[in-house]
Write a protein of this length. Structure first.
Length: 318
């Protein structure tokens, strides 16, 4: 891959992450909106089933490889780990949003780049430099700034949010692992959501409540946002390292500030804007670091090519 192609891939990955943050923030807002009235299984049976159907419809409309080929994976064990982690993360985030304000939940979202850095080494074999760790630490400080009252107390909501952060990071890192071995993004969206639907169906009879059509519509909207968000994220993780993608995902704080103010009456203070600035700065630095790495990797190849050309004899045509 040339330097130009590497930079284009990085820019495309950044664009995909920005789209993802808008989509997933919209899905999170719907979760918070309806979480007070229903248990997690009721939302996720509907949304998981709909997202799986969306995957099949998308493939049927494209008519590229057929339905079976579209959801086939060559990494069944890795897909199983990703699917289980996705179920745990979805459940934990549901109750975290129910028990905690947005700002507190996203403190734990801010931990995900740190966890991704820790997991990327043993799982993906990616080297994370000291400069990147410093940037990740700065991003975490920025997230702390977004928490209005500070982490002065520990509750069950905080522990659930921590579990959501760990399992969510595991799911994303496994997505990149699978993406290294196959390019079937649709399968990575399909199987985790089928797993969510099946697991939640077991608990649904114990927590079911009648849903009016309006709430069914919200659940369907949630599924739509989630389908698009997860597909876009899988694409992004094929373009950039997990430790670069996850800090950029913190840009969803910007969307959450907007959605919180518009729909939940949460007016952000100065400390929140400060935190957003630090988080965005951290993400931008990691983009620069990936650009620098791409250029550095190509320079020796250019030098070698130049040396070979200089050493080769001049042909009569030249």
């Amino acid at each position: 891959m040339t330097t130009h192609m590497a930079k284009r891939a990085t820019l495309f990955g950044v664009a995909m992450v920005l789209v993802y943050t808008a989509l997933i923030s919209s899905a999170d807002a719907i979760t918070k909106f309806i979480a007070g009235g229903y248990a997690a299984p009721q939302l996720y049976v509907i949304s998981g089933g709909l997202v799986a159907v969306f995957c099949l419809l998308a493939e049927a409309m494209s008519q590229r490889t057929g339905l079976v080929a579209a959801v086939r994976t060559g990494q069944p064990r890795a897909m199983a780990v990703r699917s289980v982690a996705t179920v745990i993360a979805a459940t934990c985030f549901f109750y975290a949003f129910k028990l905690l304000p947005f700002a507190e939940v996203f403190v734990f979202v801010g931990l995900m780049p740190i966890f991704a850095g820790l997991m990327s080494g043993p799982i993906l074999g990616e080297n994370v430099s000291l400069a990147v760790w410093i940037s990740l630490g700065a991003g975490f400080i920025g997230v702390i700034c977004l928490f209005p009252a500070g982490l002065h107390s520990i509750s069950s909501g905080h522990l659930i949010a921590l579990a959501a952060s760990l399992s969510g990071t595991t799911s994303m890192v496994m997505a990149r692992y699978i993406g290294r071995h196959e390019s079937n993004a649709l399968a990575q969206v399909f199987w985790p959501n089928v797993t969510i639907m099946l697991v939640m169906s077991c608990a649904l009879p114990f927590v079911f409540k009648p849903m009016p059509l309006v709430d069914v519509g919200w659940a369907a909207a949630y599924a739509g946002f989630l389908f698009l968000a997860r597909w876009v994220l899988v694409v992004a993780l094929r373009q950039m390292a997990a430790y670069v993608v996850t800090p950029l995902m913190n840009l969803q704080f910007v969307w959450m500030v907007i959605l919180g103010a518009l729909f939940f009456g949460e007016i952000p203070g100065t400390h929140i804007y400060l935190g957003v600035t630090i988080v965005i700065g951290s993400g931008l630095y990691l983009i620069y670091e990936q650009f620098a790495r791409s250029s550095a990797q190509q320079d020796p190849m250019r030098a070698m090519a130049g040396s070979v050309k200089a050493a080769s004899p001049i042909s009569p045509a030249e």
